[in-house]
Design a protein around this ligand. Structure first.
Ligand code: CU
Length: 213
């Protein structure tokens, strides 16, 4: 399945690249280890291997290669992180939603629009800016499919900007242990086509407190 947000796509690429690099290195080390054990096994009676005390070419090679791999991973991660940060500064007419977390529910307040509980309806393809605050303890706004997680603090607003390109129903969880019903502090983010969203909004403003799907 293609990732529903640009952030998720970047995260996925980074995650799988790191996994591939680590798997490759693990494989090389394991194969070398097994190969050397077999080759220099005592029972084969080939005598001891000549100990290598110093070898400039080997030392330069493993230093340069290791450094290049780690520097590459760092640059890759730093670029992805910078883009993530750029997302939160994106200002191209974002849709503003105030989020209030409290034990154990999510309240959403659309600017000049409807309010909802444990469900957030948003249009696809448009940046959404959440201003989040908690009424009691620390919670965390977590939508696994978006690869997005952000702490929601009491007494200090935090901002999260994201854009979802694929309409659908996405699970929302609280990712910071917040008490007895933490595991039930769940909701959903409903991403609709812009037309459906407009229709939903006008339907909601005619019956403000009802819960429409
Ligand atoms: Cu919570």
């Amino acid at each position: 399945m293609t990732p529903p947000t640009p952030t998720a796509a970047r995260f996925e690429l980074l995650f799988w690249s790191l996994t591939a690099i680590c798997s490759f290195v693990t494989l090389v080390v394991l194969i070398a280890m097994v190969g050397l054990v077999l080759r220099f096994h005592h029972a084969r009676d080939r005598g001891d291997a000549e100990p290598i005390r110093h070898h400039n070419r080997y030392e330069v090679a493993w230093t340069v290669v290791t450094f290049a791999v780690f520097a590459g991973m760092f640059v890759f991660g730093a670029l992805a992180f910078r883009e993530l940060d750029a997302d939160t500064r994106e200002t191209e007419s974002p849709l503003e939603v105030s989020v209030t977390a409290k034990r154990w529910m999510w309240k959403f307040d659309h600017a000049d629009g409807p309010r909802e509980i444990d469900a957030l309806h948003v249009p696809a393809g448009r940046p959404i800016r959440l201003s989040m605050i908690s009424e009691d303890v620390i919670h965390s706004f977590f939508v696994p499919k978006f690869r997005l997680k952000h702490d929601v603090l009491p007494g200090r607003a935090s901002t999260l900007v994201f854009r979802v390109d694929t309409p659908g129903n996405y699970q929302l969880l609280c990712a910071e242990y917040c008490g007895l019903d933490h595991s039930r502090m769940r909701g959903r983010v409903v991403v609709m086509t812009p037309d459906d969203y407009t229709a939903w909004r006008s339907r909601r403003s005619s019956q403000p407190e009802g819960d429409t799907p």
